[in-house]
Ligand binder design. Sequence first.
Ligand SMILES: Nc1ncnc2c1ncn2[C@@H]1O[C@H](COP(=O)(O)OP(=O)(O)OP(=O)(O)O)[C@@H](O)[C@H]1O
Length: 453
Amino acid sequence: MLGYVRKNISEVEYHTWFAPVKNLGVQEGSLVLGVRNSFAQEWFRKHYLELLEDALRSLGAQNPQVSFQVLPAAQDTLLSLNDPPPAPSRPPSSSTGGPSAQDQAENRKRLNPKYTFENFVVGPNNNLAHAAAMGVAESPGKAYNPLFIYGDVGLGKTHLMHAVGHYMSERFPDKRIEYVSTESFTNDLINAIRDDKMTQFRNRYRSVDLLLVDDIQFLAGKERTQEEFFHTFNALYENHKQIILSSDRPPKDIQTLEGRLRSRFEWGLITDIQSPEYETRVAILKMNAEHNRIDIPQDVLELIARQVTKNIRELEGALMRVVAFSSLNNVPFSRGVAAKALSNIFAPREVKVEMMDVLRQVASHFNMPPDVIRGSGRVREVVVPRQVAQYLIRELTDHSLPEIGQFFGRDHSTVMHAISKVTEQLGKDQEITASVELLRRKMQGLDDEDLDA
Ligand SMILES: Nc1ncnc2c1ncn2[C@@H]1O[C@H](COP(=O)(O)OP(=O)(O)OP(=O)(O)O)[C@@H](O)[C@H]1O
């Protein structure tokens, strides 16, 4: 099966997703594959189910069925950044005069073990950069050289660079990988000049197979460093060695960068990373929670994702804060707890609610599928939830009556009618009043009694 799969996807994909998969045998006619976490489980369902079924079919299965099961927690918790890096997964080649085990260990030491492709959530904000990094990982020195990734702070530039490094060091344990910040490069250079060790300096940087340089914008205004980097760049480039650069802005906007360097930075591929969309932020939080074995409800993750929108490092920090807060106060996770935990750092932002959120909450409150509420049913059991949903959307979001109408496949006068109907019943009909009150508190993140206790 794996042979079939491998022929149909890229090597990077294969190593990222299929290498860690375990065969758990056949249960009730379905082949069960063990995957690392529920993120991987979802990914497999979405992206590889058909391929795996085809693979089984190619082996003669009439009615191929594949399912995925999350394996029991592995040892390597991914967020413990300070742990020693994992041991190399295969023995180093010693007799060929290749790099020593120590070299390899050195390579890995500089790479953050958490920053792998597998742990990188792909969304519309970063999919081009991700694809480019995958391309480079697959054909270093050939696909795009240099690869220039730019974007604001905390959006995953370093993560992607390291992912290429990990990937290469796993597939080609003999390759030399150097990750350096522009600041360290500059300091190394200053030390080398001072200690008269320029030859060593040049050997070090010009003999690598993959050079990753972070925050290249800091070359601006440093003439001697630019000069040295120019020669390093040329030496590597001419030998088809891969270079990846990160920066907070594109080459054209780096002031006082020599023209010859700027043009070299533009030779390969320039790609950017933008701030993540809401769904990507939720997915990142979910993955983080899982890696840390934290069982935290989806609606709490959603609240965090609405609070922190621009920087993924801060997003991760916010999650940790909520976790710490709830454990220190010995209260279970809830939206209220999260709102409270974050209220000191983030300017209290009104929790922004979307129409779909309201619909989902109302649906779950009345215990019926959202589509039924939006559907055409006219019985009271459906009409009341529909009116309540429209009423709450009007109250909690900025959407206009026609927009709400469109969301429900109705015109604005129907919505107006629904709103006045609910308004009329508030205070009179106990059930409706209680439902509206409860749902409103829930969506504003005020549903927490634990905190008051
Ligand atoms: N798409 C993603 N999926 C999962 N985690 C991500 C993603 N993007 C960023 N992160 C996480 O966000 C944090 C910040 O990312 P990183 O350090 O790579 O940002 P950066 O763009 O290099 O920032 P800086 O400019 O400050 O160096 C890291 O912990 C990283 O793992």
